[in-house]
Design a protein around this ligand. Sequence first.
Ligand SMILES: NC(=O)c1ccc[n+]([C@@H]2O[C@H](COP(=O)([O-])OP(=O)(O)OC[C@H]3O[C@@H](n4cnc5c(N)ncnc54)[C@H](O)[C@@H]3O)[C@@H](O)[C@H]2O)c1
Length: 253
Amino acid sequence: MTSPTTVLITGGASGMGAATAQLFTQEGARVFIVDRNATLAAETAARLGATAVVGDVGDSTFCEHAVRTAAAAGRLDAVVNAAGIILRKGGIDTSDEDWQRTLSVNVSGVFYMCRAAIRQMLTQTPNAAQQRGAIVNFGSIWGELSGKGALAYAMSKGAVHQITRTFGIEHARDGIRVNAVCPGEVDTPMLRAAGRAVPLSDEQAREMGERVVPLGRLAQPVEIARMVRFLCSDQASYITAAMHYVDGGYSAV
Ligand SMILES: NC(=O)c1ccc[n+]([C@@H]2O[C@H](COP(=O)([O-])OP(=O)(O)OC[C@H]3O[C@@H](n4cnc5c(N)ncnc54)[C@H](O)[C@@H]3O)[C@@H](O)[C@H]2O)c1
């Protein structure tokens, strides 16, 4: 599989972003972990042999800086937008601040990073497979199907799917592919903590997977990361503007 050599991963300090960073560093890619959690970003980057770039993806100036930093050697092959937050609140309990915060990270953050990355990729020479670059955004099954108790989150993931489709078709002929991976229930700090006073225990997480997922268990982060890596590679040369469900059958129920 021809894989990217320089990769920027937002939310790369934790969960699926960190699992994706690990797959890429294992195969020798130069990886930039972009995350607002400075301590965790530094720890993960040191563990994996990556570079940490600390900041908030809701800030467009920061996103442009992060892309310039990753592309300083002349090329940025892939961008993975995994940074995200979830607020477990139903519609009428969602405050203006909850709404704006979710929009800022989950929607503006993905848009700003895609825009900055595509502007950079357009300056790059196509590789042997006629590719200038690839982007993978983290959507969700909730971006298509929704679910009770997280209205702003479901809205934001629906927007990520549309950002993905639109950038995908706008730049298909430029050799820039844009896809989204849509996980179901993945065992990460986000899922364990989401809106709960006490994070889920191992037993509660196991029980949740058994109860709601056709495959009978939660996904491990690496099982999503493998799809991200494939979508970034030249093996996925005919795949763009598409949503890719990796959900253990959840969305079919
Ligand atoms: N865990 C799940 O079950 C699940 C399911 C579907 C989709 N997703 C999506 O997958 C992505 C990764 O989720 P995860 O479960 O690995 O989460 P996680 O909480 O383990 O990791 C998210 C990372 O994003 C970073 N981050 C948050 N806001 C940021 C900001 N404004 N700027 C920069 N970094 C920021 C956090 O510091 C953290 O390191 C998210 O977009 C999430 O919405 C998760």
